[in-house]
Design a protein around this ligand. Structure first.
Ligand SMILES: [Zn+2]
Length: 300
């Protein structure tokens, strides 16, 4: 089998040299989709001939014609595949991503159209949860939204609580993850811990009692005084940057949308040292993921 060519460019010049037409993008998607062989979506047969259009494949048994984008997250997108790929490039390579407003200006699309495509991208940016954090892991929670100075456990109003975990490494921070949670109680912390933190990690939290019950599963968990965040400088900076980015990019977002933005932020953050692989990895994820539909219609 021929090895698939991966686009590793980081700017529009390289992009425009590589992807000149919509067909170039279809080929890219087809190469990913059928990288490990073809199997008809309708009957499962593995023999095919060329389909009616470029890069389509037609099943030899049931004669069904399949496009490269059918059954992927690019299915039924309201603009060309070339534009879709362009948007992905912008979102992964711009350090702060791009708001839907910026996207709509750049590509002359309705903001709502940009929003629903960006939402798909954010779905594809969700962590696979296959590589939990290890070593020394700091965990903290913070509020996004309304007044931030309230104590934990009080009425939340429009605020949303977010839990963050980050790997402390010798020269700073390794990877990080964040999740919207209901409350600062151990039962809400637990699924996040289980998804993102290795059991053998040396977890460090502040002295909030909600973390104590997790010592049963995380035997190296230790609680230290926060000293108003001074004992967790990396965490403090991470949260500041995350909040700053959120403030800049979206004016309003509901709880389920906030998670998308947290996923987007950490997708880029965790790959900040391998940026040239991000485009291909994300397109691959979008080809392999099933098409998704928006649950709510609220715009951000
Ligand atoms: Zn078939």
């Amino acid at each position: 089998m021929e090895k698939r060519d991966k686009f590793t460019g980081m700017n529009s010049i390289k992009f425009n040299q590589y992807f000149k037409t919509d067909d170039d993008c279809k080929k890219y998607v087809a190469d990913i989709k059928w990288e490990h062989g073809y199997s008809c979506k309708t009957c499962g047969n593995t023999r095919y001939i060329k389909g009616s259009k470029p890069y389509h494949r037609r099943c030899l048994k049931c004669k069904k014609d399949e496009s490269p984008t059918a059954g992927t997250m690019f299915d039924k997108v309201k603009f060309s595949l070339l534009t879709a790929m362009n948007i992905i490039l912008k979102i992964v390579t711009k350090k702060k991503g791009m708001s839907t407003l910026e996207l709509s200006r750049e590509f002359e699309l309705r903001q709502k159209t940009c929003w629903s495509f960006k939402w798909k991208i954010q779905q594809a940016m969700q962590s696979s949860r296959q590589n939990p954090l290890t070593g020394e892991v700091h965990v903290d929670e913070f509020y996004i939204g309304q007044p931030e100075e309230q104590k934990r456990g009080r009425s939340k109003g429009e605020k949303r609580l977010v839990i963050v975990a980050l790997e402390k490494v010798e020269d700073g921070v390794g990877r990080a993850y964040a999740q919207v949670i209901e409350s600062a109680a151990s039962e809400d912390f637990k699924p996040f811990f289980n998804n993102y933190i290795n059991r053998d990690a040396v977890v460090v939290t502040d002295e909030w009692r909600g973390y104590s019950p997790l010592k049963k599963e995380y035997r190296h968990l230790k609680q230290v005084p926060s000293n108003e965040g001074k004992n967790f400088p990396e965490m403090h900076i991470h949260i500041m940057n995350l909040k700053g980015w959120l403030r800049g990019i979206q004016h309003h977002c509901s709880k389920e949308h906030l998670q998308g933005y947290l996923d987007e932020y950490h997708y880029r953050y965790n790959r900040r040292n391998n940026m040239n692989t991000m485009f291909d990895l994300l397109v691959k994820k979008m080809v392999e993921n099933k098409p998704v539909r928006l649950i709510t219609k609220r715009d951000a």
